[in-house]
Design a protein around this ligand. Structure first.
Ligand code: ADP
Length: 533
């Protein structure tokens, strides 16, 4: 019911606004807030109809409440999808201005509906106010009376004052809503995560754990509450720092470790740890991943490979030695054809032997095992063996080969078989990846700093600049589907072998012009090498 005296009196209207602000201050959820604003507006102004639409940042209806013939209805926001695009509400949204209409039949902004015809309720009066907070439009409040000229300027001013408060209250309710839903999302992400997540304070004391972490700890028979993260697994201090100080940069640190079961057995795990930003109280987050099956598979693969390599190696060694014996027994010099067949068999079996040895070495060197057969190697002899080995390939490709050795370069401390295979690999590559008729150069230079430098240069396809560093990684190939066949393990072996000799290897190259693979070894009696060599 309209009560004109109620708000004609400014003291009274102030009192009403004060009441409204008190009610709104205690409501944080959106539904209650809009319900209160709508009810108070309609009641104090005495409007028969009204609506309050809450808008999202794209100005689409998010929520709405409607009053019709004094009864409150909660509306599906979708029902307002059209209303906010046309008519009075659309105008207020667009202009962000309050509208006061004495006679809706005389105002184009009012969208004429059936009940606006003179036979039905006819012309009406309306007020429509934008609800704003911090410069953002959060909704629109509309009140309607079924006859023209029923609202006064005082009521319009009063509704604008209500709208000011309602805007802020709705904005707060929206913020609270999104905060709550973010909190819910975070909680669900944390609690229901299939990874085992444990939170500790900056000293490593466990403060929180999710369901998966509790289940994991139950499996290993450990308590979580009141314990320290270091109580059940070894933490690599070199990676995380003595007081977790290396985590302060915010990066995720990952390492493999083992969880120690109470009864003594262990479970291999991958741990990812990071310090959460300071505004989340500087907690540390630890994620544990059970990698038992991965480790089992790795061990099986490793055992299987070693078995295969060893099982190939010994019969192959028999083939090679029997072949040498046969060569002595058969007078091959007398028949060039027999000589040719012998050399093909011998080169091929030597090649297989080299490949198997390379694979075995990759396996051994990768696990950090040191070389065991180092001794003083006569470089002249080695260079002869190596060049003799690659000569047939270079000749078959009509390439021009040059060899240059510095004066006085005669010995190096190395595992001879390994060094021979490194050189053959690099020389074979130089020939393989250089067109027919190109150049292959092999030099050994003594550096002033006491290093011996081996250089293998070619005029071949070269290495793209973005692969200069990765080309020594396993299975890396420049054009895997074109050019000579290979699997990309040769250079990986070369790097492991050179580094095991305390040397270094790299490549200098210009694509399309050629490459120069260079490696350096200490030119000494081995005193600089590992003590266990
Ligand atoms: P593979 O020759 O079996 O592929 P490598 O590890 O010996 O394996 O070489 C890896 C890749 O590096 C080769 O596939 C080739 O793309 C490139 N590469 C190696 N040596 C040369 C070279 N001298 N010139 C151009 N590309 C080369």
């Amino acid at each position: 019911m309209k009560n004109p005296n109620l708000i004609a009196d400014s003291t009274k209207s102030l009192q009403l606004l004060y009441e409204l602000s008190e009610q709104l201050a205690s409501a944080l959820d959106l539904q209650t807030t809009i319900e209160q604003v709508m009810a108070l507006s309609a009641q104090y102004i005495g409007a028969e109809r009204g609506s309050l639409v809450v808008l999202d940042v794209d100005q689409a209806p998010l929520d709405a409440v409607l009053i019709y013939e004094g009864r409150m209805q909660f509306n599906n926001a979708a029902q307002f999808a059209d209303v906010v695009k046309r008519g009075l509400i659309a105008w207020v949204i667009e202009h962000r201005e309050a509208a006061f209409i004495n006679d809706t039949s005389q105002d184009d902004r009012w969208l004429k509906r059936q009940d606006d015809s003179p036979e039905q309720t006819g012309a009406k009066s309306a007020m429509c106010i934008p609800l704003e907070a911090r410069g953002q439009l959060v909704g629109v409040l509309t009140t309607v009376q079924p006859q023209p000229n029923r609202f006064t300027q005082a009521e319009f001013d009063f509704l604008k004052a209500v709208a000011d408060q309602a805007g802020v209250a709705i904005h707060n309710a929206l913020l609270f809503d999104s905060l709550e839903s973010m909190h819910r999302q975070y909680f669900e992400l944390f609690e229901d995560n299939i990874a085992s997540i444990i939170m500790t304070d900056p000293e490593g004391k466990i403060t929180k754990a999710n369901r998966a972490a509790y289940a994991l700890m139950e499996r290993i028979g450990r308590e979580l509450v009141g314990t320290y993260i270091s109580d059940f697994h070894h933490i690599p201090v070199n990676l995380v720092g003595h007081q977790f100080d290396k985590l302060y940069g915010g990066d995720v640190v990952t390492y493999d470790s083992v969880l120690e079961f109470l009864h003594g057995s262990t479970m291999p795990v991958k741990v990812s740890v990071r310090m959460l930003p300071r505004d989340i109280k500087g907690s540390i987050q630890w994620i544990f991943e059970d990698i038992s099956s991965q480790k089992e598979l790795e061990t099986m693969r490793h055992d299987l490979l070693s078995m295969v390599y060893h099982d190939i190696r010994s019969p192959l060694a028999n083939v090679i030695s029997s072949l040498e014996l046969l060569r002595v027994m058969v007078p091959v010099e007398e028949d060039q054809n027999v000589e040719d067949v012998f050399s093909v068999i011998s080169r091929s079996s030597n090649r297989i032997q080299r490949l198997v040895s390379n694979l075995l070495d990759i396996d051994r060197l990768e696990t950090g095992q040191a070389i065991v057969n180092a001794r003083m190697v006569d470089l002249n002899v080695l260079v002869d063996v190596v060049t003799e080995d690659v000569a047939p390939l270079i000749e078959s490709r009509d390439q021009h080969f040059t060899l240059q050795m510095d004066e006085g370069v005669d010995e190096v401390w190395a595992d001879e078989d390994m060094l021979r295979r490194v050189l053959i690999n690099l020389l074979e590559n130089a020939s393989k990846y250089t067109p027919v008729g190109g150049d292959v150069q092999f030099s050994i230079v003594r550096e002033a700093d006491g290093m011996l430098r081996f250089l293998i240069a070619d005029t071949g396809s070269g290495i793209p600049s973005d692969m200069i560093l990765t080309i020594f990684d396993k299975f890396t190939r420049v054009n895997p589907n074109r050019g000579p066949k290979g699997i990309g393990l040769g250079l990986a072996f070369c790097r492991l072998a050179v580094e095991a000799h305390d040397g270094r290897i790299w490549v200098e190259s210009e694509e399309g012009k050629g490459s120069q693979f260079i490696f350096e070894l200490p030119y000494n009696d081995g005193s600089m090498l590992h003590a266990d060599v």
